[in-house]
Write a new protein. Structure first.
Length: 332
């Protein structure tokens, strides 16, 4: 039994080390060391293993359980980015937004248009949005990135727009920006669609064939590492638009990145995660794979307070669920 406990202790310490590695995404960019970003994909599984082992030490009456519990407090905020139970917000909602990767409307453009229109949002931020060419939304003003993969729609006055492009790179713009006047104030809205990994479901589904599964894992890593590095460049471009904004910012979109990744830490820097502020339950937003994953986000300047955050799982008109969030615009 002592030998088994020793093995489990080494395993627990190893999991702790890997979890701490995910926190280093706040400091180490993928171009220097991409493996920390790779670790972020396994954060939920690692955290579950960490908690199970804590219970093992508790039931074994080992004092080390309390040491691991104290160390686990470091991961409280990272966990809240995936599962959260925030209290009810007392402020009144002044601004409603919908962020939604609609998969080009391939699962029903008419249904997408009908759904979005029914939400009566102030600003709609789409990814893979057909350039805003959605049925029933013709009365909205539209702003598109080059290639139309990121779109902003609104009935309010648009004061300024910008396509956030790679300079001299000929790649699809990862984001589009619009300064919009809402209720007498100007806000900067950014819709983001970071470079996709271009996985198909069968590429990430493992079966009983060991050699085939090994080849799949190698192929996944071969796709992930270069994409992480592309994301780093895209994040730098988007971050400069946020940092140079004279207005409060609302940043939303499909980051093709999980919480606790390099992309999450750097795009959310200086902003609030609306899910952490006002969300309840799971933030899972992508449902095409069998395992839960959050890759869609809503961030805002701290002068704008989220009062609600809902991942609407009542509709399946895309491989993503729509995210609906409301904000208070009171500066207090």
């Amino acid at each position: 039994m002592k030998f088994i406990r020793l093995i489990l202790l080494i395993l627990h310490l190893g999991i702790l080390g890997l979890l701490l590695g995910t926190l280093l995404n706040a400091y180490v960019p993928p171009k220097i060391f991409p493996w920390f970003n790779l670790l972020s994909l396994g954060f939920p599984v690692l955290m579950m293993g960490y908690i199970v082992l804590i219970f093992f030490w508790i039931f074994s009456w080992k004092k080390r359980a309390f040491i691991f519990m104290l160390a686990g407090l470091v991961f409280l905020n990272p966990v809240k980015r995936i599962i959260n139970f925030s209290g009810d917000q007392k402020r009144k909602a002044d601004l409603k937004i919908v962020s939604f990767n609609i998969k080009g409307g391939t699962m029903g453009a008419e249904e997408v248009g009908r759904y979005i229109k029914s939400k009566d949002a102030d600003v709609i931020l789409l990814q893979e949005g057909r350039g805003g060419d959605i049925p029933l939304l013709d009365d909205y003003k539209k702003v598109n990135s080059s290639g139309g993969v990121a779109t902003i729609l609104t009935k309010h006055k648009i004061l300024n727009t910008k396509k956030i492009d790679f300079p001299d790179r000929g790649e699809i713009a990862p984001a589009v920006m619009a300064d919009i006047e809402v209720k007498g104030r100007t806000y900067r809205f950014i819709s983001v669609y970071l470079h996709p990994f271009k996985f198909e479901r069968n590429m990430v589904t493992l079966n009983g064939n060991t050699s085939a599964n090994e080849e799949k894992m190698k192929d996944i890593v071969r796709r992930l590492i270069p994409t992480f590095k592309i994301h780093q460049e895209q994040v730098e471009l988007i971050k400069s638009v946020i940092d140079n904004s004279p207005y409060p910012v609302v940043l939303t979109g499909d980051f093709n990145s999980v919480p606790n990744s390099y992309e999450y830490y750097h795009l959310s820097s200086g902003l609030d995660d609306a899910f952490v502020t006002a969300g309840k339950g799971s933030a899972t937003s992508f449902h095409d794979y069998k395992f839960p994953i959050r890759i869609d986000y809503v961030f805002s300047s701290r002068s704008i307070r989220a009062v609600s955050y809902v991942v609407d799982r009542s509709v399946r008109i895309s491989d993503h669920y729509p995210v609906i969030s409301e904000f208070s615009l009171e500066n207090k």
